[in-house]
Design a binder for this molecule. Structure first.
Ligand code: IMP
Ligand code: MG
Length: 178
């Protein structure tokens, strides 16, 4: 599919991301100290790089599972309607759960996923988002931990795509249409 021409301007360097993840991991580790039943629930596909780096900073016994919710398709606008495309493999009833999201934008995805998972009665459930665009919020929700608050820009890299591309960039960049 042909996309409009664009360039990518770096917004957050790989080094800043790594430093922030160390801090987030320390807070998460303190919060879940002593747990032996933690499941990291990664929201596919945008969070896969973040999860990979985050779990390697966590000195806790963790399991990793994935859930895929529908998002933007190939556009830069949220569809508002959230569908579950791939459910978890494991049960989370009575477990400690950490939901890992790439970006909280309108908030529809995270709030939908939280409601869905809450119904399965985990012992505890917290959320961590690498990025947050608070100015875009339409549903009142905030992740327990946030990596970076960013302005209303469409971003890519570090797992995050535009029309499935640019997930492999090691930094977060903003898309500028030319
Ligand atoms: P929400 O439901 O509007 O909060 O959207 C959350 C999802 O939309 C995120 O998990 C991303 O997959 C996607 N998304 C939001 N903003 C961006 C962006 O700037 N670039 C790429 N994907 C985004
Ligand atoms: Mg997503």
């Amino acid at each position: 599919m042909s996309q409009p021409a664009y360039v990518i301007d770096q917004m957050i360097s790989a080094k800043s991301i790594a430093a922030r993840i160390e801090d987030l991991a320390a807070e998460i580790q303190t919060h879940f100290k002593g747990t032996n039943k933690l499941v990291i629930v990664g929201l596919l596909r945008g969070s896969f790089v973040f999860i990979a780096d985050l779990v390697r900073e966590l000195d806790l016994p963790v399991e990793v599972d994935f859930l895929e919710a529908s998002s933007y398709g190939d556009s830069t606008e949220s569809s508002r309607e959230v569908r579950i495309l791939k459910d978890l493999r494991g049960e989370i009833g009575g477990r400690d759960v950490l939901v890992v999201e790439d970006i909280v934008d309108t908030g529809f995805t995270l709030s939908h996923v939280i409601k869905l998972l809450q119904a399965r009665e985990p012992a505890r459930m917290e959320t961590v988002a690498l990025l947050d665009k608070p100015s875009r919020r339409e549903v009142e929700i905030k992740a327990t931990w946030t990596g970076f608050e960013i302005p209303d820009e469409f971003v890519v890299g570090y797992g995050i795509d535009y029309a499935q591309r640019n997930r492999n960039l090691p930094f977060i960049g903003k898309v500028r249409f030319t």
